[in-house]
Design a protein. Structure first.
Length: 91
């Protein structure tokens, strides 16, 4: 999870992201984007995306479309959907 978190951090360098978002990969861990930073320490967020580690990798590399992921059940969104939409524009 640390490698994925570092990749997200590099991808967001110089970009502004408002709100907080959690990628929840179950027993494999979490990645949280908050206050311009990325961490693997769990905590409350505005929006949570439940996704497998494998599908998170696909989502971040463009091999999985977010909307397709939601429609097929590979990605579940809870909380403030507008936060997820802002992130999608940055990725």
């Amino acid at each position: 999870m640390n490698e994925i978190a570092e990749g997200i951090a590099r991808g967001l360098e110089g970009k502004s992201f408002e709100g907080s978002l959690k990628f929840d990969c179950g027993t494999e861990g979490v990645i949280i984007l908050r206050d311009g930073g990325v961490t693997t320490e769990d905590g409350p967020t505005d929006c949570t995306l439940k996704i497998s580690k494998e599908n998170l990798g696909k989502l971040l590399t463009g091999k999985l479309n977010a909307m397709t992921g939601v429609m097929t059940g590979k990605l579940k969104v809870s909380g403030d959907l507008s936060v997820a939409m802002r992130l999608a524009k940055l990725l």
